[in-house]
Design a protein around this ligand. Structure first.
Ligand SMILES: NC(=O)c1ccc[n+]([C@@H]2O[C@H](COP(=O)([O-])OP(=O)(O)OC[C@H]3O[C@@H](n4cnc5c(N)ncnc54)[C@H](OP(=O)(O)O)[C@@H]3O)[C@@H](O)[C@H]2O)c1
Length: 352
């Protein structure tokens, strides 16, 4: 592997896990963040450390030092993804964990620029996008364009004790304001957040509920299949009828900038207790229907979705460091094929 791999946000939950995995692989690792002591505790003696406070300083450092790969785990991808991805070009590669429609669209808009620069930019390299798009690619292999695709991201995650944090607070507010989305007849249309509730009997005998959310999984499934009708649900969606009844009112209130800021601040400070993951496995699920009425279904099984996310980031960054990615902007399986999901410790159960 040639060159350094920089992790921005290395002191966070995914950052610490990915840094440990990349250090085990002997990668030339550089951890970037705002507190030297915290950075030095992540993988003691196995990495260099750069102290940088904020995106502007980080982009300047990247543009000057030219790392081979930059892993962006800072969150707030609508603000951080494009400037950091741009700083990697020409020649450097980029990967992030974005999963919202706005950030996805902004990064995809860099496709031509990335091809000209010989850089690979991967967005959405986490559990939800890979576990669903890998299935779609696998199930559609050697088949014509399907009529309808449905994907479900059914994460099971252990909770660490602490506060929710600003990144997650902002994501929750943005999801409430955006509302749900789906594709109908080739066009993206609005759908009510938490609608389309499905109760999934899982292959391991457990059960989980999911509902419509506005995620990158929707875009990735549409791009992977070319289907005109696509829906995407998540086990993290608000599916209770009482909560769904008040969501439209919340969406209106939270679109007022002052109230939005207040809500993000309040959510960021919410204390959560440590809890084990609610179900044994996390599952990606896809159901594909062709114009002749034939269907294929499949599952992608992993353990804790957060651990899987760290595995996906690690495998993706390693492949980028070896220069294996195509130039341009891609989601993870679109760049490296569906077997990336297996390399990251997932298991396909097809046609079940
Ligand atoms: N798509 C997916 O499947 C998926 C899965 C998991 C997570 N995510 C997303 O990925 C992101 C990272 O997740 P996480 O759980 O690791 O989050 P986290 O624990 O909150 O960590 C965030 C990291 O970013 C750093 N950071 C934030 N703002 C910064 C700034 N202005 N300047 C410098 N450093 C800054 C934090 O540094 P400090 O320690 O100094 O605060 C911390 O290291 C989040 O946005 C999360 O929503 C996506």
């Amino acid at each position: 592997m040639a060159g350094e791999v920089w992790i921005l946000g290395a002191t966070g939950r995914v950052g610490r896990a990915a840094a440990a995995r990349l250090a085990d692989r002997g990668v030339d690792l550089v951890l970037v963040g705002r507190d030297r002591d915290s950075l030095q505790k992540v993988v003691p003696g196995q990495s260099k450390v750069i102290v940088a406070n904020g995106v502007e300083q980080m982009t300047a450092d990247i543009a000057r030092e030219r790392p081979a790969v930059v892993v962006n785990l800072l969150g707030r991808y609508g603000e951080t993804a494009v400037p950091i991805a741009r700083a990697c070009m020409p020649g450097g590669h980029y990967v992030d964990l974005a999963n919202d429609l706005a950030a996805f669209s902004q990064v995809f808009a860099l496709h031509r620029e990335a091809i000209d620069a010989g850089s690979t930019l991967i967005t959405g390299a986490g559990f939800g996008v890979l576990a669903t798009e890998a299935l779609v690619i696998k199930l559609c292999e050697d088949r014509p364009t399907p009529e309808r695709v449905r994907v479900d991201a059914l994460a099971s995650v252990a909770t660490d004790a602490g506060v929710l944090g600003a990144a997650l607070g902002a994501t929750i507010v943005d999801v409430l304001v955006t509302g749900g989305r789906g594709y109908q007849d080739g066009r993206m249309v609005r759908a009510r957040l938490g609608s389309g509730v499905r109760i999934h009997p899982l292959p391991d005998g457990q059960q989980v509920k999911s509902g419509v959310v506005p995620t990158g999984e929707l875009l990735a499934a549409q791009r992977a299949s070319g289907a005109p009708n696509v829906s995407a649900t998540s086990a993290l969606a608000p599916t209770s009828p009482v909560v769904r009844a008040v969501l439209p009112l919340f969406a209106v209130l939270l679109s007022i900038p002052g109230l939005r800021r207040l809500a993000v601040r309040r959510l960021a400070g919410v204390r959560v207790k440590a809890a084990p993951r609610p179900r044994t496995h996390s599952w990606g699920h896809a159901v594909i229907t062709w114009p002749d009425g034939s269907t294929r279904k499949g599952w992608l099984r992993t353990d804790d979705a957060m651990d899987y996310t760290a595995d996906v980031i690690t495998e993706t960054a390693t492949r980028l460091g070896r220069g294996e990615g195509p130039a341009g902007v891609y989601t993870p399986a679109a760049a490296f094929g569906p077997d990336l999901a297996i390399a990251a410790n997932g298991t396909f159960l097809l046609d079940q």
